[in-house]
Design a binder for this molecule. Structure first.
Ligand SMILES: Nc1ncnc2c1ncn2[C@@H]1O[C@H](COP(=O)(O)OP(=O)(O)O)[C@@H](O)[C@H]1O
Ligand SMILES: [Mg+2]
Length: 268
């Protein structure tokens, strides 16, 4: 690896250091997250997994700089995160496209805010529309699209801003199983080619195992790191179908371990 390349990638490593978050709820203090530490290497996919209410979204929002930690801090490329920034792109569960804008304008939206020149914008938008398979729908409005297609618009918009880190909170949670699988394959393909660092929240064990280089499993009340796992499936690079994933000899034991932890925590 050349030194220029390593200098760029080093900028996208992410560290959560002893993160804590206390909310006050009707005068009562609720410790949502306590002493959460983990590191995400550049270009890794890190999954935050755990039962509902364990603090996954709270941790992700602190990584994004949308919420400030009550204790601890977040470093991106060694620099402390102090607020939202275009170097961290977000994709949420809901359909977050603007209904009055065409697909193309939705994807270009962040670029406009960031003041890119028009010609660059057009090229970037076309490229990412193509990456997510929406070229033919560039002039459509969101209401003309299926749920999966609208999530692809959200993904293309986040990617078009060329973030160092892509942060996603249950981005496929509202999709049916088949569309969800297609989106997971698409995401695998895009992150391989775009060489991004990704942190993704899910409560879907299969999704976590398929996409993750690292899984940070959180226990709840308060949210703490219970275990960090390193599934081998994505790094393998060969697994492109659900059947291949399930047939891998390491799959069943890892799934069993995670489902056991979910059960202990009172999840599903
Ligand atoms: N803005 C808030 N005010 C008060 N409590 C909150 C707030 N956001 C989250 N919480 C609480 O923090 C805990 C973790 O929530 P969350 O991060 O949304 O969990 P998850 O995403 O894992 O389901 C929950 O007990 C939740 O009720
Ligand atoms: Mg959540």
């Amino acid at each position: 690896m050349s030194s220029a390349v390593s200098a760029i990638t080093e900028l996208s490593g992410l560290q959560a250091r002893q993160l804590g978050k206390v909310f006050s709820d009707r005068g009562r203090e609720v410790v949502a997250v306590d002493g959460v530490s983990f590191s995400v290497e550049p270009r890794q996919v890190c999954i935050l997994l755990g039962p509902s209410g364990c603090g996954k979204s709270t941790v992700l929002r602190m990584l994004a700089g949308l919420d400030m930690p009550s204790s601890g801090d977040v470093l991106l490329g060694g620099e402390q995160v102090r607020g939202p920034h275009r170097d961290r792109g977000m994709v949420f569960q809901g359909y977050t496209s603007f209904p009055w804008l065409k697909v193309r304008q939705n994807v270009a939206y962040g670029l406009k805010i960031n003041g890119d020149v028009l010609a660059m914008q057009e090229g970037t938008v076309d490229y990412f529309l193509d990456r997510v398979g929406l070229t033919a729908f560039a002039e459509a409005y969101p209401h003309e699209l299926s749920g999966g297609m609208r999530q692809r618009v959200a993904l293309a918009r986040a990617l078009a801003n060329s973030p160092k880190v892509l942060l996603m909170d249950e981005p496929f949670g509202a999709l049916d199983a088949e569309t969800r699988w297609q989106m997971q394959e698409l995401l695998l393909d895009v992150i391989r080619k775009e060489r991004m660092t990704v942190v993704m929240v899910t409560h879907d064990v299969e999704e976590a195992l398929l996409l993750g280089d690292q899984i940070v499993f959180l226990s709840r009340h308060p949210g703490r790191v219970r275990k960090i796992l390193h599934p081998p499936f994505k790094a393998d690079g060969q697994i492109t179908t659900r059947e291949q994933l399930r047939a891998h000899p390491d799959y069943a034991p890892m799934e069993r371990e995670i489902l056991g932890m979910m059960r202990d925590e009172g999840g599903h």
